[in-house]
Design a protein around this ligand. Structure first.
Ligand SMILES: O=C(O)[C@@H](CO)OP(=O)(O)O
Length: 183
């Protein structure tokens, strides 16, 4: 069995890829670090979205455990459109219901799942890796988790917190997910 800790980043000051964590977010990043220390489990790899808020969220734990943070573009947040959109929540809901739906310059849910899944697949196929932390974003996280729990749709995305942690207990025959964060 493998354990994939899927982390949504801590509170951030905006949605730009360079938006930093807020002061509260920085405190949350230390709580995340405490959480993983208490798990008392050897983490083989930390992989993060290239967005600053994701990297900053796991930095305290990476420093404490003397681990490297591997940056992977495939964990970037999904782009809904290349134009600013006022009703992005409705667009997001539509895209959960229709995985082929995409606005001009945007990525469909299907394409987002496909590219982020290649990260999970490379973990699943590597016998030397057992426990991994992935740090990413709400939308991509909800789409990936939907594959393990069909109820994980738009409503569950709305319930996600900053930060949040879902554990994927991966087995070749059956995999389960559980929410580990209840701050
Ligand atoms: O809420 C989300 O799903 C996304 C929106 O793009 O952002 P975040 O990086 O805050 O998780």
């Amino acid at each position: 069995m493998k354990k994939i800790y899927f982390v949504r980043h801590c509170s951030a000051d905006g949605q730009h890829k360079d938006s930093p964590l807020t002061t509260i977010g920085m405190r949350q990043a230390h709580l995340l670090s405490n959480f993983f220390s208490k798990e008392n489990i050897a983490i083989d790899k930390i992989i993060s979205s290239p967005y600053l808020r994701a990297i900053e969220s796991i930095k305290p734990f990476a420093t404490k455990s003397s681990s490297e943070i591997e940056i992977d573009d495939r964990l970037s947040e999904r782009i809904l459109s290349d134009e600013p959109i006022d009703d992005w929540i409705e667009v997001l809901e539509q895209s959960f219901n229709d995985h082929n739906f995409a606005l001009p310059g945007g990525e469909s849910a299907k394409d987002a799942i496909q590219r982020a899944n290649t990260v999970l697949e490379s973990i699943y196929s590597d016998d030397n890796i057992k426990n991994v932390i992935i740090v990413s974003h709400g939308n991509i996280m909800a789409l990936l988790l939907q594959q393990y729990d069909g109820n994980f749709g738009f409503e569950k995305w709305k319930e996600l917190q900053n930060p949040d942690i879902y554990l994927i207990n991966y087995n070749t025959d059956t995999s389960t997910i559980e929410c580990l964060w209840n701050a």
